[in-house]
Design a protein around this ligand. Structure first.
Ligand code: CS2
Ligand code: MG
Length: 403
């Protein structure tokens, strides 16, 4: 039995902050798990160091399910992003260890590949519709079969999803939250124009996605969904805040545009009603924020009963460790839909050497035993943690709004 003898949290900032858990066994086998919670990184780091790592010592690393239940039920305080990201890190690291000990890539332990590779979507964004289309054409030339479109809104200084850097989008940009201004009426005018222009320029053989980032009311989302129907969007993401899962019923009553939600969910309970009532088409919960591979499989299995597909969150704040775990998961689940792929910077890729690869609009986790990803601790140590917040959002009259 591989006994856990050590575990440590590694915090590094190769351009953005990442929190990684590394677990070591008595036979020398190690495993890694992502524990990054954007803008709240040190809360998870301390939860792991102070409250989780002491409980892991001496345990059998093979008992993934039991360790998961121990950390979830044993804490008494269930769920929440901090707790579930910490549990996810342990769970991911234990799957990595199990794969290494078996000499198999993790997807083989999850039942094997259900497909040759997993379709990913890239991010085309720009200040204007023309800039966005230009970026989308580049993605299309690079072989992407699915592209997310976000563009600036005339009359607004900044817009969600529109980056300063042409290649790397990074919303956590300031050591105190920066403030954005939002106007729903201006936004609702521009998105249908963007999709119309995109279909004209890109044709109909590419999937087009859009992220609303929780900013609309259900009836506004219904209106946008209806306006976009002629352009056949692949999905509309995070149309409205999902604390009230029933809100999606109202959107559904007004549009056949497919709906995706869940990047901020951390447990099956956050999406149970959405799934059972068939109010969504894609579930975006991800390995690091939803309790690891073990819990995400449970969510996917529930979703599968209702023909709902997965579409895991994959922004830059999810480290290459999470990306690797997501790809093993994506390759194995029967109801895979699409995987988000926001490329990491070369600095981040160097800190996290990985076996996964991109070709022809799709990715594969590689066949290295375990997750096929590691952290170069020496390189990581050269990048000191630097506090960075996500922005906040206000309406034009100063009212706080959803970001
Ligand atoms: C986004 C993210 O990728 C997405 O769909 O909504 O950019 C999100 O804002 C960040 O991951 C927050 O940490
Ligand atoms: Mg999103």
């Amino acid at each position: 039995m591989p006994r856990i003898t050590a575990a440590r949290v590694i915090i590094t900032c190769p351009g953005r902050n990442f929190v990684t858990l590394k677990i070591e066994c008595d036979d020398g086998t190690t495993g890694v798990g992502d524990a990054t919670l954007n803008g709240r990184e040190l809360a998870v780091a301390s939860y792991l160091t102070e409250h989780v790592i002491p409980c892991l010592m001496g345990r059998d690393a093979h008992r993934i399910e039991d360790v998961w239940q121990y950390l979830y039920k044993g804490a008494y305080w269930r769920r929440g992003p901090v707790t579930m990201s910490a549990i996810a890190a342990v769970d991911t690291a234990l799957w990595d260890i199990k794969g290494k000990l078996a000499g198999l890539p993790v997807y083989q332990l999850l039942g094997g590949a259900s497909r040759e590779s997993v379709m990913v979507y890239g991010h085309a964004n720009g200040k204007s519709i023309d800039d966005t289309i230009e970026a989308a054409l580049e993605y299309q030339q690079q072989g992407y079969k699915a592209i997310r479109l976000q563009c600036g809104v005339p009359g607004m200084a900044s817009t969600y999803g529109v980056s300063k850097d042409r290649y790397f989008y990074e919303p956590a940009d300031a050591d105190l939250p920066s403030e954005n201004v939002w106007s729903t009426s201006k936004y609702l005018r521009v998105v249908p124009e963007l999709f119309k222009a995109a279909r004209e320029a890109l044709g109909w053989d590419v999937h087009l996605l859009h992220d609303i980032h929780h900013r609309l009311t259900p009836i506004e989302a219904g209106r946008l969904g209806k306006d976009l129907e002629p352009y056949r969007p692949f999905w509309l993401e995070d149309a409205t805040p999902a604390e009230n899962q029933d809100a999606f019923r109202l959107i559904r009553q007004h549009t056949t545009s497919p709906l995706a939600v869940g990047e901020i969910f951390n447990s099956i309970w956050d999406c149970k009603a959405l799934i059972e009532n068939q109010l969504i088409d894609y579930i975006r919960a991800t390995v690091v924020h939803a309790g690891g591979i073990t819990h995400l499989r449970r969510i996917a299995a529930l979703a599968d009963l209702y023909q709902i597909k997965t579409g895991c969150h994959g922004a830059t704040d999810l480290s290459p460790v999470c990306m690797a775990a997501a790809l093993h998961f994506d390759l194995s689940v029967p109801n895979f839909g699409v995987q988000e792929y926001m490329r990491h910077t070369p600095e981040t890729d160097a800190v996290f050497p990985h076996a996964y690869s991109f070709a022809d609009g799709a990715m594969h986790p590689g066949d290295a035993p375990g997750l096929g990803v590691d952290i170069d601790e020496e390189l990581a140590a050269g990048y000191e943690y630097s506090r960075a917040y996500l922005p906040v959002n206000r309406l034009e009259d100063g009212t706080m709004h959803d970001w």
